[in-house]
Design a protein around this ligand. Structure first.
Ligand code: SAM
Length: 290
């Protein structure tokens, strides 16, 4: 089925179905079979495992996922693509679900397709306009993903994998570190897509893991959000927004200062210098103060 990535095949298919790509859905189709095969190899699908795909498009990845996985469930928002996919992917091993992947109940969709808890692989060439929310949804899903292999804009890949102190470091980097071990799998030039986007891409592999820190999750992320909500402010000032927000209540400027002191963190630092471990220590100290 390598023809799915051939530009002449895609042009003919689009003409036959009267389909033109929609920018608002982030439609950039893969036209390089070598890249497709490398993404599939990266997913390392083992016998009996299921695959979940976001945004199958014309099916460049889907056809391989259906071949290698016990079953693939692919979520596609564009009605016209769903019709094309159902026509081209004539296999009982693929379920095409039509709708918004961000709104969908992934567990329910999988179960409706016959999934019984087998290990999963998430594989997606993500629509650019929804990358972070979809990655967050996958990380927070509590589904048994053995790995997630996602193609994203290069700049997002750098943010996902950034370490404390770097300019790309932020909430997304901390969320990725909290839930998974991440790695840059490959750089992908803009020329392998139709239409060609304005930026280069990269494939990131995430292996979910038990969080490496022990602060309560919701409070930890409230502290992280407060810290980065006002990136340019010192931690001491940025954390003050927690005083209104934190349901546990009763944080004061003094208790924030004391928590920073006990956590051994300079209150004049900015959030982008704090590691996940330091955010965890700080959260626990802030909780003692309330
Ligand atoms: N997988 C195909 C490929 O690699 O050639 C297409 C990838 S294209 C970058 C992104 C795909 O996601 C498009 O097919 C688009 O219609 C679909 N999409 C966009 N927003 C979506 C959403 N909220 N839920 C599900 N699919 C979505």
């Amino acid at each position: 089925m390598s023809h799915i990535t051939s530009p002449s095949y895609i042009t003919r298919l689009m003409k036959k179905w009267g389909f033109s790509t929609k920018k608002r859905f982030g439609q950039n189709f893969l036209i390089d079979q070598n890249i497709v095969e490398r993404i599939i190899a990266c997913a390392q699908i083992q016998e009996g495992e299921w695959a979940l795909e976001i945004g199958p498009g014309l099916g460049a990845l889907t056809v391989h996922l259906a071949d290698q996985a016990a079953h693939v469930v692919a979520m596609e928002i564009d009605t016209s693509l769903v019709a094309i996919l159902r026509d081209t992917l004539q296999t009982p091993k693929a379920t095409i679900w039509e709708g918004d992947a961000l709104e969908a109940d992934w567990r329910k969709l999988l179960e409706e397709a016959g999934w019984q808890g087998q290990p999963l692989r998430l594989v997606a060439n993500l629509p650019y306009y929804l990358t972070s929310p979809l990655i967050m949804k996958a990380l927070e899903s509590a589904l048994p993903f053995a790995s997630m292999v996602v193609m994203v804009q290069k700049e997002v890949a750098l943010r996902m994998l950034a370490e404390a102190g770097s300019k790309d470091f932020g909430i997304l980097s901390l969320a990725v570190q909290y839930y998974a071990k991440g790695r840059m799998a490959m750089n992908v030039p803009r020329t392998v897509f139709l239409p060609s986007p304005a930026v280069d891409s990269a494939v990131v592999e995430l292996i979910p893991r038990t969080p490496p820190v022990d602060a309560p999750r919701d409070e930890l992320f409230a502290v992280i959000r407060a810290g980065f909500g006002q990136r340019r402010k010192t931690l001491r000032n940025a954390l003050k927004t927690l005083m209104d927000e934190w349901p546990a209540g009763e944080l004061s400027p003094e208790s924030i200062d004391q928590a920073l002191l006990r956590a051994n963190i300079d209150p004049t630092m900015r959030a982008e210098r704090l590691s996940l471990e330091e955010f965890s220590v700080l959260t626990k100290e802030l909780l003692k103060g309330v």
